[in-house]
Structures are given as C-alpha cells and as structure tokens.
Design a protein around this ligand. Sequence first.
Ligand SMILES: Cc1ncc(C[n+]2csc(CCOP(=O)(O)OP(=O)(O)O)c2C)c(N)n1
Ligand SMILES: [Mg+2]
Length: 596
Amino acid sequence: MAGFRQSCLADAQANKLLIMARNVADVLWEMLVSAGVKRCYGIVGDALNPVIDALRRNGNVDFVHVRNEEYGVFAAVADAYFTGVPVAVCGTAGPGVTHLFNGLMDARKERAPVIAIAGDVETMLMDTSALEEMNPYQFFQAASLYTATLVNPAQAQAVIGTAIRTSIIEKGPTVLSIPGDVAAAEAVGEPVDISIPSTPVLRPSDSDLSRLTNMINDAGTVAIFGGDGCRDAREEVLELAARLKAPVGYALRGKQWLEHDNPYAVGLTGLLGYGGAYGAINHADLLLMLGTDFPFSEFLPGAQVRKVQIDQNPKHIGRRTSLDLGLVGDVKATLQALLENVQEKTDDRFLRKYVAETQSFDELKGHYVENGPGIKPIRPEYLAATLCKLASDDAMFFADTGTAVMWLARHIKGSKNRRLFGSFSWASMANAAPNAFGAQLAYPGRQTIAICGDGGFTMLGLGDLLTQVERKTPVIHILLNNESLDFVSIEQQEAGFIPYGVGFKNPNFATVAEAMGAKGIRIEDPDAVSDGLTEALAHKSGPVVVDVVVDPYALAMPSHVPFHTMKGYTLSVAKQVLSGKMDSLIKTVEHNIRLV
Ligand SMILES: Cc1ncc(C[n+]2csc(CCOP(=O)(O)OP(=O)(O)O)c2C)c(N)n1
Ligand SMILES: [Mg+2]
C-alpha cells in the first residue's frame, strides 16, 4: 500500500513537472492573454506550428482561421480599434508573413493595437537566404512600431512584454518574429503579467493655455474643426462650441464622434465635403483644429484666419498648415482646462449662418435620393440613404476604399451608438468585409454592414466569405456592382485621361454567395432597394451578400480626387460646391462626364 502511494506520488510529481514545463510559445500566449488578447486571426504553417499548438493548449484564445492573412489583419484592425483591446494576427515564414503587411499599415494609420506573430525560419538557417526566409526588421520597418526576433528563450518576457505594451500604449501594430525552434524551446523563467497603465493625461502648460484663452477671448468668431482625436472629447467640444457660438466642422475620421445630435455641426470639409464646414473654417477669425491630422491643406484657410492646433501627437502639429499656436495635449484634458477660463460669446450670427448653410446643403444632397426611386441603374446615393434609414441605431458601418467611402461620408448618418469605419488614412481597397467580420466577432449579434466595391470584394472579401459562412457571422455585405474600379475611372476622367484598365465583368454575386453557403440577394431595380435591404438586415443566421447593380456614372459632389492628380479642376468644383453652387454643377458635370 505504502509502495503504491509512493509510486502515485512520484507519478503526480512527474505530471506536475510535465504540466509546468513550458515552451516559449506557452509564455507568449500566457502573456498575450494577460494583456487581454482574445482572438488571433491568421493561417498556420511550419514555423508557426508550435505557436498554434500552444494556443490550442492555452484554450483562452479563439484562433480565427482565415483564407488570406490580409483579411485577418483588416478584421483585427476594426476589432482592436473599437474594443481598444489588443488583437493578435499571425502568418508563417516568408509569404504568409508578407500577407500581413497591408493590414498592419492600416493598423498603424488607424492606431489600432494589433500584435503580429510572424513565423520565421529556424535560427540555424538565419541569414542564409533559406527557403521562406525574410528579414522582418527591413520588411516591417514602415508599418511596425516595434519589431523583435526571438532568438533565445531568455528574451521572451522582455521582448513579448515590450511588443504588447508598445502596441497598447502607443496604439498601433508591433511584430514578433519567432523562429519555429525558439517557439518550441523550453521557456526560461515564468510568464509575467502585463501591467498596462491607463492612458496618461496630457495637457499643455498653464502659460500656453492662457495664451490660447486670450486668443479665443479676443476673437470675434471662432470655428472648430475636429478629427479622430475628439473620440473621447465629444462632450467638451460641444460645451466649447456652445460657449463660443462656434460651428463644428470635421474630417471624415471625426464625423462619427462629432456629427450626431450636435446643434453646432456644420459637416465635412475636403474633397468628400458637404455643409457649411468649408465656409466656417475659412471665414472665422480663429480656427481651432482639434485632434486632426487632416491631410488636405488646400481646404484649410491661409493667413487671413488665425489657427490653433491641439493634438496629443507632436508630429501632427503644424505639418498641414502654418499655425499661430500649436499645443500638445489630449483634446479632452486640454478643453477641460480651457473651459475653466474661456469667456462666453453672445453673438451667434456666425454660427447660425453656417448651420443654415449646412441645412440647405442637405436638401441639395438629397437630389439623387429623392429622385432615386425613378432612376435605373440604381443611384448609389439612393441606395446608401435607404440603407441609412433602415439600419438599426447601433449599426456598425464599414466602407471600402472607392466610391463606397463617398456614399458613407455623405449619406450614412451616425448616432450615439452607430459606428463608421474604413481605411480612411491608409486608403487600401478591400477593407470593409474583413473590418465588418472583425467587428462582428468583437460585438456578436450587433448589426454590422460592409459597403463593398465589386473590385474590393473580389480582391479579398470573396474567398473569406467562406470563413464567414463557417462562423455564421451575420455580416451584411452591400456590393456596389458597377463592373468598374469606379473611383479610379472618375479620377482618370477628371484628370483628362481616357478611362483605361478600370472595367471588368462580374458574375451574379447573389448566385455565387448562395453557392458558397451565404444568403444572396440581387437588386437590379430601384423599387426593389427598400425590400431587398430590409430582407438583408433581418437575416441573422449568417453572412448575406446584397448584389446591387448601381450606376457607374454616379459622381460625388464635390469631387473626390486626390488634389495632386487633378490640375485644379476638381478642387475648383469642390470649392464651388462647398460655396453653395451645387445644383448648377450637378447639371454641368452630369452632361460632361457622359461625353468622355
Ligand atoms: C490595394 C489597393 N489597390 C489599388 C488602390 C487604388 N484604388 C483606390 S479605389 C480603387 C477602385 C476601387 O474599385 P471598387 O472596389 O470596385 O469600388 P468602386 O470605386 O467601383 O465603388 C482603386 C483601384 C488602392 N487604394 N488599394
Ligand atoms: Mg466597382
């Protein structure tokens, strides 16, 4: 009996040792989980096999097997951006790793905490130009905030910890390159818990704040222009606008935080612009640019308007336009401090003028919406406005780079709980479907809508529709089927080129979707738009593809071409529209564009 007990004890001891023996990959997942990681999107293979085996044994991370690593990264970007919690992605040595790059650039631009695990060749093969070998430092230099290669198990805690902390605190992608032999090697030391500080409060010095207070108090009229940096500062921006009787314009990335339920909102400026924002910004005595790195300097005023910029990133200060004052600080903390001293203004004529201009612009914007039911092929403006009306109040909308962004900017209205997202700063095609997939995994059951280009959807979305079918994610894909890279086609025409390399033939995507196991709906007639969208929005048991045959000649007003490609014409059109001359332009452009 005693002997039996002894042998049981010895077995237990051995088991304990077995349980306790960790490899480096175990340490990796334990640390990632302690930092909040719940999902890892990617594709397995060679160097990653021990990493994925440790993930399986860990049991706390959902491995989201996608068909293309790039799809996984775009999903992770939306997931991480909205939850604020880090998300892992993985790809294996060489070609699997290179598929991560485009999405990681997007994570960098959108400031999403994405941690990439890049499989690497065994250490004995390093720097021998081995099969699938690639230098991660060189390759990821542009995208990653921190890149490390694990060559020794003793590095793990320090290096993994740095990758996690950098990604969360600096908000962006980091890369851990892990050779298969190091991932499988026995760990040195225990995993360490990651302690993440909450975001520190950053505000300008008292003397700078008092300079700003004086500038504001001295100004007759003030306009506000906000970007993504206003994400947590909506309340303060509105309070400041109320105090100063200041119209509030925004960049595309500020729209979802500042537009809804805001009596001071005056729309968007830039090539996608609408409303009184352009006029307000260019005619105020003082412009306050808050948390924005808006890249189109041509739409910002010259020396006739005094300009102040507040941003927590010092690199953003003064790089788009000359400033009278540039301050480094969070918008929220800075405005809270400012509101203690800034005086109330009583004259609200400036505000009322641009709010009224915004309202009348809304009517002009409605041209193709109201006439939509009678126009075939379907006008995308009508499609987007109908979608906006039918979608739920907490829907999350994602738009592909292409004309989808224009319709999102113009015709999808935000609300307190609605979210609008895209590859707004990196401007990659094909982001919307994966973005929506990632959001659906982060917020199961919430209405997630991807407005996709047909170019974008066939570039990346189609293959991974299979992933969505398997996962039964109820993402609503609205396809702008225009058999064209329409955005580029318009770009070419407006720059005086003959459209070339932009046309292609599509199948019936509803049939394709059905064949893949998704729900498919085809809409060809304008009077089927409302019913088709209603049916799609009600579908909860898996992905749905709504194939909408839309007018490829639809033009955004004002135009939307990057400034440097357009020799002044588009800028002039944009500025005319933003100055209230839209109806005559609709006619002019409509006629001219069809002549090309
Ligand atoms: C990966 C990538 N390739 C090329 C481009 C250049 N580009 C921007 S929009 C666009 C056309 C998009 O076409 P589609 O998805 O069909 O949308 P549409 O404009 O027709 O609605 C292209 C080629 C890009 N931004 N990203
Ligand atoms: Mg297209």
